[in-house]
Design a protein around this ligand. Sequence first.
Ligand code: MN
Length: 427
Amino acid sequence: MALKLLAAADLHLGRRPSRLPASLTDRITARELGPAGAWERLVDLALEEEVHAVLLAGDVVEGEHDFFEAYGELRKGVVRLVESGVRVLAVAGNHDTNVLPYLSDELTGFQLLGRGGRWEAATLSAGGEEATIWGWSFPRPSVREDPVTGHSFRRGPGPNLGLLHCDRDQAGSPYGPVASRALEAAELDGWLLGHIHGPDPLSTPRPTGYLGSLTGLDPGEAGPRGPWMLKVDGAALTGLEHRPIAPLRWIVLDVGLDGLGEPEEARSRFLERLRALHEGLREEARPPLAVGIRLTFVGRTRFRQEVEKLFQREELGDVSVGDVSVHYFVEALRVDTLPEVELEELARQGDPVGLLARRLLLLEASPKDPERQALISRARLRLERVARDPHRQGLERDGPDGDETVEWLRRAGKQALDLLLAQRDGP
Ligand SMILES: [Mn+2]
C-alpha cells in the first residue's frame, strides 16, 4: 500500500473572490465559491481518496483579521480529517505569519512546521511507507533573507520533501527570496511551494515548484486550480496529479468572428465555444460551480461596432448553456477585431485611413525599427502627460511602460480605424 499525500497552497481563507455578479451570488453563496468552499472540497477529496496527510504551503489565511472566520472553517475540516486519522501539516506564509501559529494552537491535529523561521521535520508513515516533510514558517511578514541557503537538511526516513512559502528567483524580494539553485543544492527529493498563485507543471521523480492557489481568487488567476495528489510507493515519489476541484474557475476565451454574416451571429459563435467548454468540464470528477469568462472577440469582421453594441445591452452575469450544473458569467468583454480589409492594402491609401493603417503596421515592425521607436516614445510622452495631470492623480501614478504603450496604441488604433472605415463605407 502507498502513502498518499494531498498538497495545496494559498487558500487565503477570509478573502472574498472578486468580481462575482449578483445574479451568481443570488444562487450560490460567495462562501461556497471562495476559499472556504474550496477547502471543504479539498477535505471531501482527501477523505474519499483516503490520503494519509494534507500539506499546506502557506497563506492558508488571508490576514490577521480573519482569525475567527478561518478558525471556524479550518476547524470543520481539520476535525473531519483528524477523526479519519489524516495528518494536517502546514507552514505559514507572508499573509498568515501572525495568525497561523495561534490557529494551530487552537486546532487539535493542525501541525504548524517551522514556527519562528526554524526548519522542522515531521515524519509520516502509513502502509509500510515513510516520508519526511521539512517545513519553515515566516517569522514576520517581511523576510529578505533566503530561508534555504545555509541550512543543512539531515535526511529523515523515506523521500524528503520541502514545504515552503517563498519567492523563487526574485532576489531582493521581501517574501523569502530563494534561488532555484539553492532549492536544488538542498538535495531534498522535491519542493512543494506556495506564494505564486499560478501552478507550475510539477512532475516526479523530483516535484519542485508552485502548487498554485487552491481556487482562483480573481480573474487574473485563470486556469484550473486545486490540490496535488502525491504518493510514496516503494520508497519513491509517484502518482503526482493536479486535481482541479476549485469551486470557481476563471478562463480566458478568444472567440473568432471571421466571416461573420451578421452581428447577431457573434452570439452563436460564443455559445458554441461555451458548449464545447461545458462538455469538457462535465468530464471532470468535480466540475466548478461557476466559471468566470474574460471574453475577447478576435479575427476580421466589418461588424465590430455592432457586436460591441449588441453585447453591451446583454445581461452577461448568467449565461446558460442549457444545463445549470455549471454557472457561466462574462467578467469582462473586449472586441479586438480587425477590419476585413488587409492592413497592407489600406496602408497604400493616401487618406487618414492609410496613415492609420501604416502606423498600425509599424507597431508590428521590429522593436529596433527607429520609426517605430519614435512613434512609441511620442505616444509615451503624451500618455505620461495625462498620467501626471493633477486632475487624474491617484488613478495611475507613473506613465505607461513601452509594452503598455504599444498595447494602448494598438487598441486605440484599431478602434479608430474601424470608425473611419464605417464613416467612409457606411450607409
Ligand atoms: Mn498567496
